[in-house]
Design a binder for this molecule. Structure first.
Ligand SMILES: *Cc1c(COP(=O)(O)O)cnc(C)c1O
Length: 390
């Protein structure tokens, strides 16, 4: 008989083994910077790593942070997880630890990630290479040349392109390289890259993990041996999550599964309605049977997610008019919250790219990216229909 593996909803609630001395069902906020010891010998046990324990909050040695990290690890089927003050802080610590021999980024990525890879890391002498999802033929040569970290998002932003986690991991491991997946868009409810062969998962916990547009945080999950050197970078970069935020994020994780499943259902309904709408040229959503990534999504995902993009028939200005006419979808460049959001990539997330570069990446000026929240799907569809009829 195999060992019983807990389901994701149970892991979200019981992911931490930490108990409160007073019987609180949740680890409280330890709003303290330092922890006192009964003796020097006991202090040294923790300092030298012979015993686990709280010591200093910037190190991450604080019970509110331990509790969060245990749950984060459980949700991604990881040995360990480190929490950070933002998604970018998690990525920076990962790249500085495991990307120094070169990073290959596949496909579209978050704007901050692309800027870090193309503008900042090269200043430190780190070689970075960005290839598109249809340029995978270049991957072997870059790995043979010494790059030791492959990084990608799937589904990507904003075209929801699917990248094959299992296949990329097999190629990278042949060269002794490691694979990191930014799992922000899918969340562990819809996709668990470590189960498919990836070595690291990184999250902007600001999005689905937080889920209420009220906190900024990041997370990195993986094998303990791979994460230990990242711990020192996080410690000395000072990019630790605050105990208050850790507690708020732990609170959010308890409802992650129900939130994301509801968002999956609503996004599917919105995508199907938009797919039939005469004023929409194209819908990008992995849950649509005619979407190019649908088969791969069925294989590597457990749900199709709450993110979709629609291409309005007409120009960028026509899409802007639709975005401005929406009432329930707020015009804001984030995602994953309880409230639905809309952004026009050419004016926000991909504004920094030239029109030619956007075209090369398949990002039309008439594209709108939707983050489907927790409102009733029928009301979201009605809102889109009224905005499209103006
Ligand atoms: C928002 C986002 C990030 C950056 O996260 P922050 O928490 O804002 O630092 C990284 N990757 C993806 C896919 C994102 O959406």
């Amino acid at each position: 008989m195999g060992k019983h593996v807990q389901g994701l909803s149970t892991r979200a609630i019981h992911g931490t083994t930490l108990k409160d001395a007073h019987g609180s069902p949740h680890v409280p906020i330890y709003n303290t910077t330092t922890f006192a010891f009964p003796s020097t010998a006991e202090l040294l046990d923790v300092v030298d790593g012979r015993k686990a324990g709280s010591l200093y909050t910037r190190y991450g040695l604080n019970p509110s942070i331990f509790a969060l990290e245990e749950t984060l690890a459980a949700l991604e089927s990881a040995e360990a997880a480190w929490a950070f003050c933002s998604g970018m802080a998690a990525e920076t610590a990962l790249f500085l630890t495991h990307g120094r021999d070169g990073v290959v980024c596949i496909g579209d990525a978050y704007g901050g990630t692309l800027e870090l890879l193309s503008a900042q890391l090269p200043l430190l002498g780190i070689k970075t290479h960005c290839i598109l999802g249809n340029e995978l033929g270049k991957l072997d040569a870059l790995l043979a040349d010494g790059a030791r970290l492959v990084f990608f998002e799937t589904p990507t932003n904003p075209t929801l392109e699917l990248i094959d986690i299992r296949a990329i991991s097999l190629v990278a491991h042949k060269y002794g390289a490691k694979v990191a997946v930014d799992n922000t868009f899918a969340s562990p409810v819809n996709q668990r890259p470590l189960e498919l062969g990836a070595d690291f998962v990184v999250h902007s916990a600001t999005k689905y993990l937080g889920g209420h547009s009220d906190l900024t945080a990041g997370a990195l999950m993986g094998r303990k041996d791979d994460l230990m050197p990242v711990w020192n970078w996080r410690k000395n970069l000072g990019s630790m999550i605050a105990p208050e935020t850790a507690s708020l994020l732990s609170r959010s994780l308890r409802t992650l599964v129900v939130r994301v499943r509801q968002q999956n259902t609503a996004a599917q309904a919105v995508a199907e309605a938009m797919n039939k709408h005469p004023k929409i040229a194209r819908v990008y959503y992995p849950g649509l049977a005619d979407f190019p990534g649908h088969a791969l999504a069925q294989e590597q995902m457990h749900g199709f997610g709450g993110m979709l993009s629609i291409e309005v028939r007409g120009t960028g200005a026509d899409a802007t008019r639709v975005a401005d006419a929406l009432r329930l979808f707020a015009l804001a460049p984030s995602l994953g919250g309880a409230e639905s959001l809309v952004t026009q990539p050419c004016t926000t997330t991909h504004h920094g790219l030239t029109p030619e570069e956007r075209q090369r990446r398949g990002i039309s000026d008439a594209m709108l990216r939707l983050s489907v929240g927790l409102e009733d799907a029928a009301d979201l569809i009605a809102d889109l229909e009224q905005a499209l009829s103006t």
